[in-house]
Each structure stands twice: as C-alpha cells, then as structure tokens.
Design a protein around this ligand. Structure first.
Ligand code: ACO
Length: 315
C-alpha cells in the first residue's frame, strides 16, 4: 500500500515538569535527564473519540479520499471511555464511514500491527483503501501518585490513509510475552456468581526491564527487517522510533551506529502517547515536508506484552 494522508490531534492541556513537581516528589532536572520529556499534552475536557475523529478527517482530507471510498478501518487503542462498541465504531459514526472496522490492542507498537493487517488484506486483494487511527490516552491508566510512571505519558490521536501502491516494503511483528513487566487491571461489573477477589490496579511497570526489552527488540527487529528487504542502514533516510524515552532512542541510535539527524523526535514536548506516538511524529514530519520521494523510512516501536513491531516504507 501507499500512505496517501496523515493527520493528528493532541489535547490542549500542556503539563510541564514543574507542574508535576507541585504534587510529586520529582523535578524538572530528573525528568529531563532520565527521559528527555519537558512537557506533555494531557486530556482534560476532551474525549479521545473526538480527537481521533478529527485526526481521521485531517488524514482523509490530505488523501483526497471520501468516506465512501474506504474498504476497512482499523483503530489501535489500549483504553478509552467505551468498553463496547469498539473505538473504531464510535469514530466511524462520527466521520460517516460504513466499512468494516475493529480495534487492535497492541499497545505502543499498534501502528505497526495495524499497518501489517492492512497490508495483508491488500495483498489478499480484499481492500484498496484503508483508514488507520492510533488513539491512546495512557494518562488515564497511571496512578498519578506514582512518580515512576505518570511523568512519562501524554495523550493524542493520529491517522493514516493507505491506498493502492507498493511503498510498504516490509513489516515485522515480535512478541515476548511477559505480562508482569507492564500491566494494568480493572474490576469488571460484579455478577451474583463472582467469588474471586478483584482489585483495580493502575499501570505497573518494571522500567528497567522495559528499557532493556525496548533497546534489544528494536535494534534486533530493525536489522532483521532491513536484511529481509536487501537493504542496509546506509539506505535508511529516517527512523521513526516510539517516543517513550529519549535515553531509549539514544541507545537504539548508538547501537545501530546511526547519526542523530536520521532520528526525528517530538518526545520533549509530547511524552509517550502509546501507539499515537509514532503516528503523531509521522504526521508532523509529513506536514513539515521532511520526507523526499524515494526516502526509506523505518518505523520501530515496543511496549506492553511485551510486543514490538517494525516497518519499512519507501516515501
Ligand atoms: N522523579 C524523581 N525520582 C524518580 C522518579 C521521578 N519521576 N521516578 C523514579 N524515581 C526514582 C526511583 O524511585 C529510584 O529511586 P531509589 O534509587 O531511591 O529507589 C531512582 O529514581 C532510580 O529509579 P530507576 O527506575 O532505576 O530509574 P531509571 O534510570 O531506570 O529511569 C525510567 C526510570 C525513566 C522509568 C526508565 O526505566 C525507563 O524509561 N524505562 C522504560 C519505560 C518506558 O519506556 N515505558 C514505556 C514503554 S511501553 C509503553 O509505552 C506503554
């Protein structure tokens, strides 16, 4: 397939590190040095589905497509206010889509998972035009008294319209199941028969383990991806890496031996918005005219599961 349009929307509320220091035992110095994050956009009075619908409309406008042109809509999302229907259905109603749609919960690498599904449907001859939306509000998953997690996240939504073409060169998905590294549980509605104990537990993360997985999975998968398409690192124009932590991005860059100029980032003023991260960054690169025709762009993301995904696209 080929990327025909992108769009993104972030919440209006900007939260600085100093604002967090007002109620947490933390500092701008600690957060900046350990994560590279200065500010993040945090949902306040917005609803995720409205932001996602607006991002989708921006991408559709850029693509020149109309709602009736779409054959499939896949939404990447971990959590939102609706348990059912899927966020994809909620967004579809808002923007007038009537094609089949569903959600994928692959956490931070959600964009690569949705891209892989879209490309597979396309190669099977089942679709020609696909909408992908990555919408996440991880700030609603954290314990805001836990300084080791809540400082890392921001919220947002971004969309990509895919049409006919051969620009997606390859996708790679990887799973290393390890639930205890990054998880959240919530209590479901009680029934007369429930006898087990259930406890609401906000996001729990073993930060150092996630850090190690992120660097290892990303570098291994990127190298395997390039080998699978007969390309080398010298052929790569840009890496769009999950915006989780600047130190993770730096470690990946150093391991790959690639220059900083190949790694556009927005983590300093966005934080980690889960699957929306890579796609918000993609949209800003597209709208700022960073990519030239023929550029090889490599995507890499990692997160809860533990899962990771990579994709190579020629612009
Ligand atoms: N402010 C001040 N001190 C803090 C803060 C904070 N916000 N957070 C933790 N600390 C303290 C800890 O309590 C600890 O103190 P102690 O030594 O007295 O116990 C000390 O800092 C060091 O803690 P570490 O966890 O060892 O710090 P580390 O250098 O590993 O950085 C971090 C923590 C930033 C979470 C890092 O491990 C990391 O980035 N991991 C990857 C996390 C990630 O990217 N997650 C998201 C990916 S998946 C997804 O997107 C959902």
């Amino acid at each position: 397939m080929k990327i025909l349009g992108t769009g993104s929307v972030v919440p209006k509320k900007l939260v600085t590190n100093d604002m967090l220091s007002e109620f947490l035992d933390t500092s701008d110095e600690w957060i900046t040095t350990r994560t590279g994050i200065g500010t993040r956009h945090v949902i306040s009075d917005e609803h995720l589905e409205d932001m996602a619908a607006e991002a989708a409309l921006k991408a559709i406008e850029m693509s020149g497509k109309k709602p009736g042109d779409f054959d499939l809509f896949i939404c990447s999302n971990v959590v939102n206010e609706y348990v059912t229907p899927s966020l994809a259905c909620v967004i579809s109603e808002k923007i007038g889509l009537s094609c089949p749609c569903f959600d994928v919960n692959a956490a931070c690498p959600g964009f690569m998972f949705t891209l892989d599904i879209a490309e597979s449907y396309y190669k099977a001859g089942r679709v020609k035009t696909v909408l992908i939306v990555c919408a996440d509000e991880p700030t609603r998953m954290c314990d805001w008294a836990d300084r080791s997690t809540c400082v890392l996240f921001g919220d947002g939504a971004a969309a990509v319209v895919l049409g006919e073409g051969d620009n997606i060169l390859a996708t790679r998905l990887h799973s290393q199941p390890s639930v205890d590294k990054l998880w959240e549980r919530r209590v479901l509605e009680p029934t007369p028969y429930i006898t087990k104990t259930e406890v609401n537990t906000p996001l729990q993360m073993k930060g150092r383990d996630v850090f190690k997985f992120a660097v290892t999975a990303s570098t291994t998968e990127v190298e395997a991806l390039l080998e699978s398409i007969g390309k080398t690192k010298d052929d790569v124009s840009y890496y769009i890496v999950h915006q989780a932590n600047m130190r993770i991005i730096d470690a990946i860059k150093n391991y790959l031996g690639e220059p900083e100029s190949k790694f556009p980032t927005n983590i300093a003023d966005h934080g980690n918005s889960s699957s929306a991260s890579c796609t918000i960054l993609l949209d800003s690169c597209v709208r700022n005219g960073l990519f030239k025709e023929g550029d090889l762009i490599v995507f890499s993301a990692f997160g809860a599961g533990l899962l990771s995904g990579a994709a190579a696209i020629v612009w």
